[in-house]
Design a protein around this ligand. Structure first.
Ligand code: MEV
Length: 443
């Protein structure tokens, strides 16, 4: 039986049997929500409830020679299935390579207004000359950060729009934390120090979500592996390359192309307890950084080392996530998802997320290029509903087939169909046992 054909409990048993999850983790997965009311109340203002989002597993994603089962949290029915389909193509083609460059330091700004151009150089010299003192201020105020070797990596001073604004930028290393809270706290402390140093009152002290660290994920596909029952692999590959070119040339397509990538990345970020808005903001800033909104991935034909034509996909984007932090700890589920993912550190986790973005994008483009998104979604939803209604074995195909053509696709409707199918089967069996029928057959 395939993983998706199992019940949720059978899937958890499988994870435990195969050593992907401990007995305790498999039990915790069943006991969701892991978040208790007292913890939820401590997380946000005016808390009145807790919302559940399904967590699914992208099974068998090969990245840099290692195979991962990736937890994804999403409300969109086709996301995990799409990622699994993309990962299957990637497996047939030797997997994905992913690398990170350069490793993240968070930019955070202390901004001043109307600093005369004539004095900017002098102020910059004073600031840069006091780097050691700024580090001392950090050590005194943020001992935990210092103990973990985090903190100020660099300082720059830059004018914005000539004299309109002037900013001191601090580059901050926050280790495996996503780092927004750390960066904001440190910048506010240093803003006070700089105010006393220069006698200038800052307008603001705040991090920038412009994430400079990028993940590059690549995949080379033998076009034959894209064949469907109606089209050759090369026909499909050509359409994927054309769709990619369309996104390059038309920003209103690029945004949807990127939305497909974010379907995968945000689902990973959410399962792992991250601030998904920071991930989105950084990605879209990066997409538009050259003054025009661009796709975060492209697909084009290339020759591989043996001279064979391959469809090469490359995704380059920031993935602003962390592996430690308040929400990750409090929510409970993220730590569990991290154990299932099994990445050794934050950087490996980011490389895997990049690979998820690429296979998610591949699956979407293939679907658009072949059967079309709607047909694929309807089919998938119909199968999910058939299973949710309790259909077993060949019943699943039968219920799903009828659901595909039914205007009302709900679990209740699938249950009604399942009971019809079972009644029809019983009636058929009874008819076969009917002595009158048996006699008819004998004659
Ligand atoms: C749907 O959530 C995402 C897609 O629209 C992405 C795309 O068009 O590439 C299918």
């Amino acid at each position: 039986m395939k993983f998706y054909e199992l019940t949720p409990q059978q899937r958890r048993d499988f994870l435990e049997q195969e050593g992907y999850a401990t007995h305790n983790d498999a039990r915790l997965l069943r006991l969701t929500p892991l978040l208790r009311e007292y913890a939820a109340d401590g997380m946000i203002e005016n808390q009145v409830g807790i919302m559940g989002i399904p967590i699914g597993l992208l099974m068998g994603l090969e990245v840099n020679g290692k195979t991962y089962n990736v937890p994804m949290a999403t409300e969109e029915p086709s996301v995990v299935a799409g990622a699994c389909a993309g990962a299957k193509i990637a497996r047939r083609n030797g997997g994905i390579t992913s690398a990170l460059w350069p490793v993240r330091v968070i930019p955070a700004d202390i901004v001043f207004q109307k600093v005369p151009v004539s004095r900017q150089e002098e102020y910059a010299k004073i600031i840069l000359g006091h780097k050691k003192d700024m580090i001392q201020v950090m050590k005194e105020n943020m001992p935990t950060l210092t103990r973990h070797n985090g903190g100020i990596e660099g300082l720059t001073c830059d004018p914005i729009a000539k004299g309109k604004f002037w900013k001191v930028r601090i580059w901050i290393w926050t280790g495996e934390a996503m780092g927004a809270n750390i960066a904001n706290r440190l910048t506010e402390i240093e803003a006070k120090y700089i105010e006393s140093l220069l006698g200038l009152k800052p307008l603001a002290a705040i991090l920038s979500n412009a994430e400079l660290e990028t993940v590059g994920s690549g995949l080379k596909i033998d076009p034959d592996t894209l064949a469907t029952k109606d089209e050759t692999g090369m026909e499909v590959a050509k359409k994927i390359a054309a769709l990619s070119q369309w996104a390059e040339l038309d920003d209103t397509r690029a945004v949807t192309h990127n939305k497909g990538i974010m379907n995968g990345i945000v689902a990973c970020a959410l399962a792992n307890g991250n601030d998904t808005r920071a991930v989105e903001a950084a990605a879209h800033w990066f997409a538009a950084r050259r003054g025009r909104y661009k796709p975060l991935s492209y697909w084009q034909f290339e020759k591989d080392e043996t001279g064979k034509t391959v469809l090469a996909g490359k995704l380059t984007m920031p993935i602003a996530v962390g592996r430690i932090g308040f929400s990750i700890k409090t929510l409970g589920t993220p730590e569990l998802c991290q154990r299932i993912l099994g990445a050794a550190d934050l950087w490996e986790m980011q490389e895997v997320f990049g690979a998820v973005g690429l296979v998610q994008n591949l699956a979407a483009l293939k679907s658009i290029a072949t059967e079309g998104i709607v047909k694929g979604h309807v089919k998938l939803r119909s199968y999910n509903l058939a299973r949710a209604a309790g259909a077993q074995g060949e019943e699943i195909d039968k219920v799903a087939e009828r659901m595909m053509h039914h205007p009302k696709r709900t679990v209740r409707q699938a249950e009604i169909m399942l009971s019809h199918i079972r009644s029809e089967k019983e009636a058929e069996a009874a008819e076969n046992l009917d002595p009158a029928k048996e006699e008819e057959k004998d004659e």
